[in-house]
Design a protein around this ligand. Structure first.
Ligand code: PXL
Length: 299
C-alpha cells in the first residue's frame, strides 16, 4: 500500500487507460491533444508520452524538435510502472531512435492492443514527422509489433513503395503490408471523393464507405481515427466493429469541426459534450460543494 490516500469516489468506475506515444501540436488539432480528446470522448482516460515538440499552427508544420530517446523512455516507463494500460496508440515518432525505444517498450510489456498510425509527413508544412531511418525501422520492425496499423493513402504508398491512388491501390497496399508482417491493416481513404476505408484482417479484405463531409477543417483526422479505434478496442470491441464505430465518429467530428485559425482547423472530438447554453438570465447553481448558496445556514 502506498502512504498516499486516494479520496476518489469509489462508486465511479475506473475507465480503461490508454497511452498515446506521439508528438505535440501546439494548435492542438493533431498529435497527443487530438488523441486525449478522442479518448475522453470515448469515456477512457488518456496518458501521453511526447516523442517530439512540433512547431506548427493550423497553417502547417514549421519545425520538429524530437524528444531525446532517454526522455521518451523515461516517460513511458514511469507510466507503465504506475497505471494499467489497456491499449497503446502510436502516432508521430520523429526518428529511428524514438521508434526503437517504442519497439523495446512494446516487447517488454505485451499490451493487448497496439494501434500504430505510421505518421510520416504532414499534409501541409515543410518538416518530416519521421526521418528516413525511422521509416525503415517502422517498415521492418514496428509494423509487426502492432495489433493494427492505420496508414492513409500517402503513408501506405511510402511504406510499400507502391502507387496508392484508388481503391484497388489501397487493397493491394493493404495486402502487401500484411505480407510485410502487419497483423491487420486499415488504409484510410479520407483523401478520396467518396471516403472509403479498407480493412485487411485474417483472410478477409473489407471496405467501409461513408459520405464525404465538405469541410476544410480536417487537421488531425488521422490521429483522431486511430485513437478512436484504440479506444474501441480497449472498451472490448472487435476490430471490425471498432473500425466502423471510429469511422462514424471521425465523420461526425469533421461535421462539427471548428473554423479556428487561418489554415485547416481542428476536428471537434468533443461534439458529444455539446450543450445548449442556458437561456439568458438563468445561472447554473452547483448542487453541493463550496458554492455559498450550498453552505449550511449558520445558527
Ligand atoms: O496528422 C499527422 C500528425 C501527427 N502528429 C503530429 C502532427 C501531425 C500533422 O501535422 O503534427 C504531432
Amino acid at each position: 500500500m502506498s502512504s498516499h490516500t486516494n479520496h476518489a469516489d469509489p462508486s465511479s468506475q475506473t475507465p480503461p487507460i490508454l497511452l498515446t506515444i506521439a508528438g505535440f501540436d501546439p494548435s492542438c488539432g493533431a498529435g497527443v491533444a487530438a488523441d486525449l480528446k478522442t479518448f475522453a470522448a470515448h469515456n477512457c482516460y488518456g496518458v501521453a508520452a511526447i516523442t517530439a515538440l512540433t512547431v506548427q499552427s493550423t497553417q502547417g508544420v514549421r519545425a520538429v524538435h524530437a524528444a531525446s530517446p532517454a526522455a521518451l523512455r523515461g516517460q513511458i516507463e514511469a507510466l507503465a510502472e504506475d497505471v494499467e494500460i489497456a491499449a497503446v496508440k502510436i502516432g508521430m515518432l520523429a526518428n529511428r531512435a524514438n521508434a526503437s525505444v517504442t519497439a523495446e517498450f512494446l516487447d517488454a510489456h505485451k499490451f493487448a492492443h497496439v494501434v500504430l498510425d505510421p505518421v510520416s509527413r504532414p499534409t501541409t508544412g515543410s518538416a518530416d514527422l519521421l526521418d528516413a531511418d525511422g521509416l525503415k525501422f517502422v517498415r521492418t520492425e514496428l509494423l509487426k509489433r502492432a495489433t493494427v496499423i492505420t496508414p492513409n493513402m500517402p503513408e501506405a504508398a511510402l511504406l510499400t513503395g507502391m502507387e496508392v491512388k484508388d481503391l484497388n491501390g489501397m487493397k493491394a497496399a493493404a495486402q502487401r503490408l500484411r505480407e510485410m508482417g502487419a497483423r491487420a491493416v486499415i488504409v484510410t481513404g479520407g483523401h478520396l471523393d467518396r471516403p472509403i476505408d479498407v480493412l485487411s484482417e485474417g483472410a478477409e479484405i473489407e471496405t467501409f464507405g461513408s459520405e464525404h463531409v465538405k469541410s476544410p477543417n480536417t487537421h488531425g483526422s488521422g490521429c483522431t481515427f486511430s485513437s478512436a479505434v484504440a479506444a474501441q478496442l480497449a472498451s472490448g470491441q472487435q476490430l471490425r466493429d471498432a473500425v466502423i464505430l471510429a469511422k462514424v465518429y471521425v465523420t461526425k467530428a469533421i461535421e462539427k469541426s471548428y473554423a479556428i485559425g487561418k489554415g485547416a482547423g481542428p476536428l471537434n472530438q468533443l461534439f458529444r459534450f455539446h450543450q445548449e447554453p442556458p437561456p439568458r438570465g438563468v445561472h447554473e447553481v452547483p448542487q453541493h460543494g463550496m458554492h455559498p448558496a450550498a453552505e449550511p445556514a449558520a445558527h
